[in-house]
Design a protein around this ligand. Structure first.
Ligand SMILES: *[C@@H]1O[C@H](CO)[C@@H](O)[C@H](O)[C@H]1NC(C)=O
Ligand SMILES: *[C@@H]1O[C@H](CO)[C@@H](O)[C@H](O)[C@H]1NC(C)=O
Ligand SMILES: *[C@@H]1O[C@H](CO)[C@@H](O)[C@H](O)[C@H]1NC(C)=O
Ligand SMILES: *[C@@H]1O[C@H](CO)[C@@H](O)[C@H](O)[C@H]1NC(C)=O
Ligand SMILES: *[C@@H]1O[C@H](CO)[C@@H](O)[C@H](O)[C@H]1NC(C)=O
Ligand SMILES: *[C@@H]1O[C@H](CO)[C@@H](O)[C@H](O)[C@H]1NC(C)=O
Ligand SMILES: *[C@@H]1O[C@H](CO)[C@@H](O)[C@H](O)[C@H]1NC(C)=O
Length: 519
């Protein structure tokens, strides 16, 4: 996952929207049988973040590898990561132990097709076949992401990957291999992870791969153009996605009966004050972060406000492209973590040279809390997720949704003792139940992440795992956290609440109980 795209300050501990939602659902008791029968629960990872074996068996680097190899002072090695490449059987056992219905992972393009295009690497093919077969034989449904911030470095070097139309042909050849080789067993395909953040992080602020930006918009820019590239790259990603979806629907879906979608990171944007200016700014944030993709995907064109503020920088869809993109998905994947505060910044429209944020004319204020002794965890404000699902329902015709990622960050040093993560998961899954009951078309939920993984922005310092991975042990031993115990009991049908709030509520899993079992 990626968050904190713009590093803001927590200036106002409570903003307008937070006050409105402050009641929360802390003492709510529920169990998984309250969800629809076919609703699925799982956990997520991505290729570079778990696999390791980065240069083994013919794999070549991706832009994620390059990014991770910048100067670091750490003995924990992202090229080894959790070594799932060698430990996938052990990890599938952990999924069984937890009771997951599904596992969301990604395929490494440069493991499967090391040169980005051309010959398939038989050892890469064998690895993903093994993993998929191991999952299926244990009754766990694979949900596969095709790119997770890891375009082959060779294509970046050769022609600038998404800055060049050639990427579409290479991407389509790659996904064709995946559908052909794995599609008899994989029914859920996601083309791009956090497509919107990939673009903002990688091409506007430059803090994520491929680290492109221009002054004064990004950080430490050496190449790129924050003014134009984000819009160009998004346009290309939308087309690449839509061609992939067309290929799948025409050539594979009739026989394989699967589904294809795209994933976006979604904040709830909350105005910092109840002034009309801040409220309008929050709406613009929804349009610029989510509408940027969802409006073309639903209606065939960018939101009006983007075209107005972005002017000639906003690429134009031809009639055919518009038709191609519109409706080119079976589901939308959403990664959700927390609420983003918003302040109006209409002044930015007076500048001639503008990036996406300046066109959006809004400032994002990160409301992360600091909570000793955990140092840094996300605030527990689940109603943000409810608002977001309501937004997709009202504005984008209530598409089928998978929550592909949701979870609680904390210092790696908190190890297995994570009651704050239990609280987070309890409250977010609880609010999700509210949203589903109120008509949201959400079909499933995945915790980020199954294991403590190498994080794009946090390295190994802050992690999200249900399982702790001991990076000081050469065996990379996994140990279940309190949150794994909680999730597992929830998945096995137990009633759940926070426990410490109400000791007398029947067979509820209490936190003390869990603490005892985890130790
Ligand atoms: C690297 O980290 C170690 C341990 O934290 C520290 O002692 C050392 O000074 C650091 N080296 C550099 C070059 O920052
Ligand atoms: C930019 O570079 C400086 C100096 O090398 C470094 O301290 C800072 O962390 C970098 N910022 C980002 C966002 O990478
Ligand atoms: C970005 O591209 C635009 C349009 O070509 C150009 O006007 C602008 O000067 C470029 N900015 C940088 C930093 O190169
Ligand atoms: C647009 O689509 C129509 C109908 O599918 C097709 O005949 C035409 O060749 C396409 N035009 C372009 C420029 O691709
Ligand atoms: C529930 O759905 C209705 C109708 O779509 C909507 O008006 C209402 O705001 C929703 N409630 C919540 C809490 O999202
Ligand atoms: C690592 O694994 C090996 C082989 O399973 C075992 O013999 C060894 O005791 C393990 N080491 C630790 C520190 O767990
Ligand atoms: C605790 O739970 C019990 C059983 O569900 C309920 O009757 C009682 O009102 C709850 N107490 C509080 C303080 O919420």
């Amino acid at each position: 996952m990626v968050t904190r795209v713009i590093v803001g300050l927590c200036l106002l501990p409570l903003c307008f929207d937070l006050l409105r939602g402050a009641a929360g659902n802390k003492d709510r008791e529920y169990n998984r049988n309250a969800f629809p029968k076919d609703f699925i629960f799982g956990a997520s990872t991505s290729a570079y973040q778990v696999e390791g074996a980065a240069l083994e068996d013919g794999r070549k680097p991706s832009i994620y590898d390059t990014f991770a190899h910048r100067s670091r002072n750490d003995t924990r090695n992202p090229d080894v990561a959790c070594d799932q490449y060698h430990k996938y059987k052990e990890d599938v056992q952990l999924m069984v132990e937890t009771g997951l219905d599904a596992y969301r992972f990604s395929i490494s393009w440069s493991r499967l097709i090391p040169n980005g295009r051309g010959p398939v690497n038989p050892k890469g093919l064998r690895y993903y076949n093994n993993l998929i077969n191991e999952l299926i034989s244990h009754g766990i449904e694979p949900h596969v992401t095709l790119t997770h911030t890891d375009t082959p470095q060779v294509l970046e070097d050769e022609y600038g990957s998404f800055l060049n139309p050639k990427i579409i042909e290479d991407f389509i050849s790659y996904v064709d291999v995946c559908f052909r080789e794995f599609g008899d067993r994989v029914r859920y395909w996601t083309t791009f992870n956090e497509a919107n953040i990939f673009v903002i992080g990688g091409y506007d602020v430059g803090i994520t791969p491929p680290s492109r930006c221009s002054s004064p918009f990004g950080f430490n820019c050496t190449r790129g153009n924050s003014t134009t590239e984000p819009y160009i790259v998004t346009h290309r990603i939308l087309l690449a996605h839509a061609y992939a979806a067309r290929l799948y629907k025409e050539k594979y879906q009739p026989k394989q009966l699967g589904f294809i979608g795209i994933n976006l990171l979604t904040f709830h944007f909350s105005p910092l004050t109840d002034t009309l200016e801040d409220m309008a700014a929050a709406k613009r944030c929804y349009d610029f972060l989510i509408g940027w993709f969802m409006h073309p995907l639903t209606y065939g064109d960018y939101p009006e406000i983007m075209k107005k503020n972005g002017g000639s920088k906003i690429p134009v869809f031809t009639k055919n492209e518009s038709e191609l993109v519109k409706g080119s998905f079976d589901f939308i994947g959403i990664n959700y973590y927390y609420i983003m505060g918003v302040r109006d910044n209409s002044m930015s429209l007076t500048t001639v040279q503008r990036d996406l944020y300046a066109d959006m004319a809004a400032q994002w204020i990160d409301l992360d809390t600091v909570a000793p002794p955990e140092e840094f965890i996300y605030p527990i404000e689940p109603w943000g997720l409810e608002r977001v699902l309501e937004h997709y329902k009202e504005v984008y015709q209530n598409p089928p949704i998978f929550i592909h990622e949701n979870g609680q960050v904390a210092s790696y040093t908190t190890s297995i003792n994570d009651p704050f993560r239990v609280e987070y998961l309890h409250d977010y899954i609880g609010i999700l139940l509210n949203a589903v009951r109120n008509g949201s078309n959400t079909k499933g939920y995945f915790v980020w992440s199954l294991l403590d993984v190498y994080e794009l922005l946090f390295d190994f310092d802050y992690t999200f795992g249900l399982y702790y991975v001991d990076y000081n042990d050469p065996n990379l031993t996994r140990r279940p956290k309190l949150s794994q115990k909680w999730y597992s009991q929830f998945l096995k049908g137990k009633n759940t609440n926070h426990g410490y709030k109400n000791e007398s509520s029947g067979d509820a899993t209490t936190l003390d109980d869990l603490r005892y079992r985890a130790s």
